[in-house]
Design a binder for this molecule. Structure first.
Ligand code: FMN
Length: 319
């Protein structure tokens, strides 16, 4: 699988997730075998460009190549500027978000709302592809709602604009995050274009990964929610795809060591105050995956710890 000049080491990609795929989490998932990890979306609004939050989202220190930055917006010129800014900050791939269903995003005709305006889709893609000399990728849904599915048309627009790969979440905007994923639409898109197609939606186990690859013939898989609190999922899927063998779950010691490593990275990246708060969210996800762990109770106890040392001591007691 190639994106422009970049050869990906395998076919497993961490999906962009706002509030999740920050630099610490991307580095962790890359270490566990994701061959690409897309950043959280950054608004293309020039007024927000130098805000601390935008700068944190476009930090890439220590992240292996290739580094992909996702941008969001409706104005082709602003999107072009945002892409140039991302590249200046170290991004090697620019990913355009036309899949986000959030109301506050769609009410500004951004994210998945753009799928209703194919002309604007083309204008944005043309502007961004012309603005940077790194590969540009696009992430979409299958359409606005079940009566307006246009993924194949948008994929052809993307190919004609010079987009290097297309990720497709197999649901319409109206379908949100639940209900069946239209893997058949992903298969149709794969057959319609020659650029790499990345299948996304509800891929949550090695067996599902194999089934989606076989059914859609997609070039790669993008995994989001199933990787929350479970970065080793990439390693599990990769092992299974290579030799049909399922590696055992991490031992308790490995499990706690990964959480500690993740938390230390969060404190270093955000500073202790914010890092401690963000740690709670991830630890809730981690604990939720451990069977027989009484995750709710342990999670509440963890959330009562108020600084980095207390959080680390709490984890040490579980060891
Ligand atoms: C918390 C959360 C945040 C997300 N943020 C983004 C985002 O910033 N950009 C984007 O393109 N998609 C975003 N998504 C959508 C995911 O990238 C992905 O398309 C979707 O979750 C379906 O994949 P999954 O079933 O593997 O989770 C987000 C999803 C979640 C759950």
């Amino acid at each position: 699988m190639h994106i422009g000049p970049y050869h990906l080491a395998n076919r497993l990609i961490l999906a962009p997730m706002a509030g999740v795929t920050d630099l610490p989490y991307r580095r962790l998932c890359r270490r566990f075998g994701a061959s690409l990890a897309v950043s959280e979306m950054s608004s293309s609004n020039p007024a927000l460009r130098h805000h601390r939050q935008t700068l944190l989202k476009s930090a890439y220190q220590g992240e292996p190549e290739p580094r992909s930055a996702q941008i969001l917006g409706t104005d082709p010129a602003h999107m072009a500027d945002a892409a140039r800014f991302g590249v200046e900050r170290g991004a090697q791939i620019i990913d355009i978000n036309m899949g986000c269903p959030a109301k506050k995003v769609c009410s500004k005709a951004a994210g998945s709302a753009l799928l209703r305006d194919e002309r604007r889709v083309g204008e944005i893609l043309d502007a961004v592809v012309a603005a940077v000399d790194v590969p540009v990728t696009l992430k979409i849904r299958t359409g606005w709602d079940p009566d307006h599915k246009n993924a194949v048309a948008v994929a052809r627009i993307a190919e004609a604009a010079g987009v290097s790969a297309l990720s497709l979440h197999g649901r319409t905007r109206a379908c949100g995050f639940s209900g069946p994923v239209e893997y058949h639409t992903i298969r149709d898109v794969k057959q319609a274009v020659r650029i790499p197609v990345i299948a996304n939606g509800d891929i949550d186990s090695p067996a599902k990964a194999r089934a989606v690859l076989d059914f859609t013939a997609a070039d790669a898989l993008m995994i989001g929610r199933a990787a929350l609190g479970r970065p080793w999922l990439f390693r599990e899927i990769e092992t299974f795809l290579n030799d049909s063998h399922l590696p055992s779950e991490p031992t308790s010691q490995e499990f706690l060591a990964v959480i500690r490593e993740h938390l230390l990275d969060l404190y270093a990246f955000y500073g202790e105050c914010l890092g401690v708060l963000i740690a709670r969210k991830h630890v809730g996800w981690y604990f939720g995956h451990r069977s027989g762990w009484n995750a709710g109770e342990r999670g509440r106890e963890f959330n009562a710890q108020t600084d980095a040392q207390e959080q680390m001591d709490f984890l040490a007691e579980l060891d």
